[in-house]
Design a protein around this ligand. Sequence first.
Ligand code: 9D3
Length: 259
Amino acid sequence: MKQKPVPAMRKLNFDVLTLFPGILEGPLNESILKRGREKGLLTVTIRNIRDYTEDKHKTADDSPYGGGAGMVLKPEPIFKAFEAMKTEHPGERFLTILLSPQGSVLHQQRAEQLSEEKRRIVLLCGHYEAIDERVINALVDEELSIGDYVLTGGELAALVVIDAVVRLLPGVLGDEESAYRDSFGDGLLDHPHYTRPAEFRGMKVPDVLLSGNHAEIEKWRRREALKATLLKRPDLLESAGLTEEDQKILAELKKESSR
Ligand code: 9D3
């Protein structure tokens, strides 16, 4: 029996800095993130920025110099939290990412790079309008957004980053899920899926899927993936890995839809 090559064990370490640790705790203890932690493929340390404040009111934010509405996260507690992190992990390197609407938008390609990151990944979350610019200048390597809409803070974005990156670690997904993932690494949308019964309330499963003809099934799936992408996300076609055959099918689909 031929055995699959065993991918090298990779492990990711995240440090999340936030004023609202509770937002992250539930999701990190469910499903694939939980499994990844249990398998030792992933650590996530959540640090409450408020624990690094020094005054009796535990003040983490203040009003902006120059006036205006909203609050600004103070630099001192964030610098203190970083110093604590460095003391706890002597000799280790850190990649610091600020979750921010001003960041570059997270894409699959960046998620793939992050899944191979050797440094500890620090995810800094703001939950107010702004963060003191000196934090960004001195501590932040990169700013990431998860898309063009406004959230109340960076915590959900940090979870999105962790989820998108961790599922790419070998061993986090089961065999079936990772095979599934690999067959859609070409940047197209998914083809339609069906399960039993073959006919449900008069709605039939396409015959080809019941035919047992695997070559025809694969052709149908490719065509449907191309069709879905053309109809719903034509922008993705530009960077998709398309073969000559795909181009031919696309030309047909465009002709059909114009008729
Ligand atoms: C007044 C200008 N606003 C920017 C559009 C200020 C502002 C709004 C919301 C600053 C921070 C936030 C909270 N959002 C995030 O921290 C955030 C975010 C987002 O809102 N959208 C997409 N990705 C991200 S990552 C972090």
